[in-house]
Each structure stands twice: as structure tokens, then as C-alpha cells.
Design a protein around this ligand. Sequence first.
Ligand code: CDP
Ligand code: MG
Length: 700
Amino acid sequence: MAEFWKPGSEKPRILEDEEGGVLFFSSPYSSSSSGFGYSSIEKQRQRLPVFKYRTAILYLVENHATTIVVGETGSGKTTQIPQYLKEAGWAEGGRVIACTQPRRLAVQSVASRVAEEMGVKLGEEVGYTIRFENLTNPGVTMIKFLTDGVLLREMMDDPLLTKYSVIMVDEAHERSLSTDILLGLLKKIQRRRPELRLIISSATIEAKSMSSFFSSSRKRQQDTGEDCVPRTLPAILSVEGRGFNVQIHYLEEPAPDYLQAAVSTVLAIHDEEPIGDILVFLTGQDDIDAAAQLLTENAQNRGRHSSGLIVLPLYSGLSRADQDLVFSPTPKGKRKVVLSTNIAETSLTLEGVVYVVDSGFSKQRFYNPISDIESLVVAPISKASARQRAGRAGRVRPGKCYRLYTEEYFVKEMAAEGIPEMQRSNLVSCVIQLKALGVDNILGFDWLASPAPEAMIRALEVLYSLGILDDDAKLTSPTGFQVAEIPLDPMISKMILSANALGCSEEIITIAAILSIQSIWVSGRGAQKELDEVKLRFAVAEGDHVTYLNVYKGFLHSGKSSQWCHKNFINYHAMKKVVEIREQLRKLAQRLGLAIKSCEGDTQVVRKAVTAGFFTHACRLEAFSQGGMYKTIRSSQEVYIHPSSILFRVNPKWVIYYSLISTDRHYMRNVIAIDPSWLLEAAPNFYQQQKPNQAAHGLI
Ligand code: CDP
Ligand code: MG
């Protein structure tokens, strides 16, 4: 059982006999920053619900190895708790307070907010690290925001994470793959570092199951009364929210098209409801851009009536300038409509939202270990998510939430909770990370939620075929260790390593950088035809990867010109990012001792390198009907080339895809044409493992 402590019921005793600066109850005005506008920020900070619990939080963190903080979104957990810890001295003596987030955009956004509140320059006392971007100053940075994935990576160099005094694992209710792995490993670290403090915080956590995870299989420690030994039983603190009432509206009949329904709901709100911003939950960049397009067109057609509507998208990969627009205050007399993925569900707070439109869907990763297919699927959200989304409407005053589904559906069909990512993901990355951290018995790892054994077996099989694990399921040297060191999908890493041997690493790191970006094309915006025509300027029959090489070359040739991008429907910000990431990969490749060589236009070796990493994604054309039906070699699953691919309608006999997205069918995105003999070359044992009839089916 966890220990509960109710703030307000009784003051923690340690307040009275505070000694040796263990707890440092400074007035909130004594923090390090000063200057113009300071007091108004300070007042804002004190108005946040979490402020009332400042003393309690510090007390619990001092006395418990693990503290679980549950509180509504917007109550101040992420931005305030790290500051309280700093004010209380947890960052003294060169120690660092870490706060993890599952999402990159959230890391950047909260870090810059906290730097602003503290009146410091981002990257100094307050910094952040996300993959390929490190804005910290070692020795100066006291509060560091980072993704859970980056913290996992840091363990490779520093397995006990010794520089951190407190690690706050935020948004734990999201149960991202990295969060789950991290929690399992942190539990191990705690045993070796009793002085380390963990804070697990989230909006809707099932606090008790998290708490029992952290109290289980430990030696019960007697409370000796010594101050320096924290209690091992986790404490749970619930921060009362201050949300206003939110009126829920349902559809009478299910909507055939949620996008259309979302757009007309927004227009209806704009026509009929008093001023206040609208937050619309959609699933991804594609439907957000489509909805933005529809709203803008509608506003134009309706003339003055719909003026005053400012339409803004919000998804990861947005440029900093676009992010800033979303967070800046709405001009007087205007109404903001933010079209967002579920990033605004709990990780980010938008001020001024009074109306929420909930499509009932989000894009989720699903993995089926039997078919070995992982894809992104637009899938129904859970009741817990729906409640979170509705809550976003009650931040500033009573609000309204329009659910684009029926009440009956909500009550009877929606699942109560989402499934942790651990149980719906391909585990290849997870296994390799644990192996690299010396966790050999992966099935016996202390999981918060156990992954399916089939998924684990599949992952081991793939890693073995990739030459990353040996017969004893240990990392191979050097390949396995090198792959573990590259902060990318192991298949991408293997592709980079193979390119070294094939003499095309210049090309392959460009491809790797581009694949790590959602899309380099400017999306639709009603100009699909022009976009398709423009793509043909770069297109080559070998497929998307090789086409990207042409785009990259053209971009460099133009002197990295934004005009050139605009003319060619290419996303300038995405290309700038590609250049940055590419540079990081080049440095990394050099560190690994790889030679950076160009194959000078020999696209065959480039495709061979891709095959060496992605042979598990090989497919063969089965029928020209329905626009070209392919089957995966591995499990005979029907797949189709996505319309965004250069090879859509080209339909080469043999292809390899980078990722799948599933709607009515499984669609392959980023596709390359290959020769089947390369598969045997790349992974003889993988294809030998096929049953005889499958082998005949696939490769003969
Ligand atoms: O983590 P939690 O959801 O509990 O709250 P938070 O992210 O710490 O946000 C607390 C408050 O800070 C919000 O209500 C916002 O008013 C403000 N905030 C902001 O203005 N800009 C940001 N980028 C982040 C937070
Ligand atoms: Mg937060």
C-alpha cells in the first residue's frame, strides 16, 4: 500500500524542525530571476493550483524515493515542480533536475516557458535535449527537459544517471514505449542510488498501479527515523484541479465523415456562440491540413460573416514560428481555431480555449506479431482521452465540448483506457536498447505492462537476422553495438552501416535524414495536381528514396533557397531540418569510424543498402487489380502503395517499404523498387527460415 498524505489535514512535521537546509522554504519571491515583468509572472505562478501544494511536494520528495503527482492538465505540474525543486536546492552542487516528456514539441515548449518564467536564457539554467538538438550548457543547466527516449539514450553513457538529483517522469499516463522502459530501468537504478528521487506525474494516472509497481519486490525498509534515507513506499499526491464546468454535446446520429463534421461544427460555433477559442482534435497532419483548407475556403465564401476566424494547425514537426502563433494570445475581437493532434490533450496547455471539438479519433501505432505488421492507424480514442479532451474547454471559464459521436457510442463502445504502447508496438528498438544497457533476460524484465511474448520473439528473430544479436541473443560486435549507439530505428542504423561497406554512405545518410522527417512535401492545400506534377520533376523509377536524393541535390544546388522550395512544393523548414539532421548523422558516422563516401549516382548500391536494413519489409506484386495489390513476403499480408509515393500506379514487381499506414487498407509509404536476389544476399537466414511453401511463394 502506498502512503497518502492529505495536504491541509496536517502540516508535515519537518516544517517545524527544518535543519541543515534540507528543506528550503524560501518565499516564492526569492528565486533567482528578477527584472521587468517579473512580479506579474510570479503572480501567475502563484495562481496555479499546484502552488498550494508546493510545500507538500517538496516534503514528499525529500522523504520518499518516489512521489506520484496526479493533477489536471494546466495545473502547473510540468512548469512549476522543476522550479520548486530548484528553489529548494535540488540543483545545487552541479546536480541537475530532469523532466521527461513523451513528445519533442512539448519539451521545447515547456522549456522555453520555464526559462521565461525564471527570466533566463533558454539553454543556460534551463535547457532541453531532444534527438538531434541539444540546448543545454553542462555545469550551468539546472533544469533540463528532455524526451523519455533521450534519457534512455543517456543511460548508455551513464547507466545510473548520476548527474540527476531528481527525475520527473511526466505524462506517465500516456504510457509511451519509452516511458514504460524508463520506469522499469529507473526502478532498478533506485536500488543502487537511494539518494535519487523520482517524481511520476500525469493527468489521469492510475496512481495505485503505478505505486504498487514502485513498491513491489523490494525489501521493506524499516522507518528508522533517519532523515537521509527516503522511504521506499511511494507517496501519492493529488493536486486539485480548478477546471470549470464543461457542457458535453453529442451527435444524434453518427457522422459519416468526422472531418466534415468537425468543420461544420466549428463554423456553427463561430456563428452562434460568444467569443472564445476553439480547439479541434483531429488525427494528424493530413486531416489537419485538409480541415484548415476547408475552413479557409468556407470563410472566404461566407465573406465577412466568418472573418475573425484565425485557423492554426498544431502537430509535431511544426516550425518554431508556427508554434509561437498557436501559443500567442488571440487578438481582440478574433477567434482562434487550433486544429491539433492529441498533443494538446494533456502535454500542452492553450490559454483561452472555451470550445472543444472532439473527433473521437487519434492516430495510433498498432503491431500484430502474427503478421509482423506495424502500422499507424486512425483509431477510436478511449473514454479517458475523451474526458481529457473535454477538460481543455474549461480552463478559463465554463466551456462546451462537442463530441462528434453519439452518447450511446461513448457509453457502450468506447474503451475505458487506452492500451500501453508497449503492448501495441514492434519491440525491435526496445529489445536493442535493453540489451545495450546490459539487461540480458528481457522476458524477465520488470515490466509495468508485459509485452506479448510473440512480439518479443519476433523482435529477437529480426535482430538476429539483421546481425545485431548473436546466437546467444547478445549484441554482436561491432554491428550490434554500433546499431545501439545510433539514435535511430535499428533498421535505419543497419542501413547506414551497410552503406559503409557498399560505398554509398553520403547518399544513405541523406535518405536517413529525410525519412526521419514526416514529409518534405508541402501538403495538399488544394493543389494536389500541381504537387503531383512537381514531384515528377524529381521522380525516378527506382522509387521514393532515390527521388529524395534528387530533391536534396536540387535544394543544395539552389543555395538552400526558400524560394526554390516554394516553387517546388517542398517544405523549406523540413529541408532545413534535414540538413541539420544529416550533419548530426555525418558526425555520428564518423565517430563510429565509418567512411563517408559517395557512390556517384549508382542507385543500385543505394537500394541494396536500403534492402540490408529493411528486408523484412519486402513485398511482391500479386495483382494489378485495385491499383496494384502486393503481399508481404514475410506473412502474405495484402498491402498497397500509398498515393503519395512516386511508385503509386507504377507498381514494380518487388518493393520494400519504409512504413505502413492503415485506413481501409494497409498503405506503404516511401517505397523503393528492388531485385529479389538482394534479399537473399542481405538476410539469407531470415528467408531460409520461411516454411518451404512460403519460400517458394516468395523468392523463387
Ligand atoms: O503540466 P500541467 O499540465 O499541470 O501544467 P503546465 O504545463 O505546467 O502549465 C501551467 C500553466 O502554465 C498553464 O496553465 C499555462 O497558463 C502556462 N503555460 C504557458 O502559458 N505556456 C506554456 N508554453 C506552458 C504553460
Ligand atoms: Mg504537463
